[in-house]
Write a protein that binds this ligand. Structure first.
Ligand code: NAD
Length: 291
């Protein structure tokens, strides 16, 4: 039984993971270096729980008790009683390595380290810690509180006991369905999804269609619930680029080369929904295509 969960990063994924863990009964310690991100996460968790109350899936008491189980902070000291710490910070290997290095002095010997990385080698991240046997890839999808799937990835040194504990936690405590992936760049979901998103951006870049045409074509023509450009904005264009860079460098295959238009958007700080602009402009109620 995992009683206390640490979450590093209170962004799009961290807030959903904290929401889910608190609602299913765990004590949650949510940490981010940016106090504004923590503030925004707590507001979002509260409004997402209000939507669940309206739908009748939870009640006011459950919301109240869940929010009371979430403690926040900007330092790793809050992790001392954690049974597991799930890292869900920016998709950048150096950032994640430093987080694990800085976190380790503040956690117990038995604490499991997990990462929500979308693409980076679990084996390499684990090898950078003092506990590669107690390290696991636990890849939630966005929004983590609602999406049914979690990809589970063993590093080379992950012990069976650690993997079983993580699997039980995700399936039995959090109520998710799991898919086990080997530790290859971007695992299963993003290995398949990101080349499609990248191709959609190339299709826009080459002028084959505009944003509306591409998203409409894929929604109505292939029954995707979101068009690939809407989806890229939803994931975050910086995260999409980071995943494609990992695929491109580590598989050494040009089919994964990130589209130059994606690179430019990230350079401009146009990161999608989270920055208010990507392939759509989110400044008004209805997102407006930008090309
Ligand atoms: P995000 O940009 O929304 O949030 C990242 C958060 O990490 C920010 O709040 C930032 O302040 C914080 N952060 C950065 N450096 C930190 C540090 N040193 N210590 C503590 N906090 C730090 O990103 P996101 O979309 O939530 O993605 C987070 C992770 O989850 C990434 O590894 C990403 O690949 C993965 N992921 C993302 C999605 C998605 O759809 N966005 C889906 C699955 C997995």
């Amino acid at each position: 039984m995992i009683k206390t969960v640490g979450v590093v990063g209170a962004g799009q994924m961290g807030n959903g993971i904290a929401h889910l863990c608190a609602l299913t009964g765990a004590q949650v310690k949510l940490m981010d270096i940016d106090p504004a991100a923590i503030e925004a996460a707590l507001t979002l968790i509260s409004s997402n729980m209000d939507r669940q109350i309206k739908r009748g899936t939870i009640n006011e008491t459950m919301k109240h008790d869940s929010l009371a189980r979430i403690e926040t902070g900007t330092g790793f000291e809050i992790f001392k009683e954690c049974d597991i710490v799930i890292e869900a910070a920016t998709e950048d290997e150096e950032t994640k390595r430093k987080i694990f290095r800085d976190c380790i002095p503040h956690i117990s010997e038995a604490c499991i380290l997990a990462t929500n990385t979308s693409s980076i080698s679990i084996t390499r991240l684990a090898a950078n810690t003092d506990r590669p046997d107690r390290f696991c890839g636990v890849h939630f999808l966005k929004p983590a509180n609602a999406m049914p799937l979690v990809e589970m990835i063993r590093g080379l040194a992950t012990s069976e006991e650690t993997f079983e504990t993580c699997l039980n936690f995700v399936e039995k405590q959090l109520g998710k369905t799991t898919a086990v992936s080997e530790d290859f760049p971007a695992f299963i979901v993003n290995r398949i999804l990101l080349p499609m998103v990248n191709e959609a951006i190339y299709t826009l870049y080459e002028g084959v269609g505009n944003v509306t045409a591409i998203d409409t074509a894929m929604k109505l023509g292939t029954k995707h619930p979101l068009g690939p450009l809407e989806l890229a904005d939803f994931i975050g264009l910086d995260t999409c680029l980071a995943i494609l860079n990992t695929l491109h460098h580590e598989l050494a295959d040009n089919k994964y080369r990130p589209c130059p238009l994606l690179v430019k958007y990230v350079e401009a700080g146009w990161l999608g929904r989270k920055s208010g602009r990507g392939f759509y402009d989110y400044s008004e109620d209805t997102p407006r295509p930008t090309r």
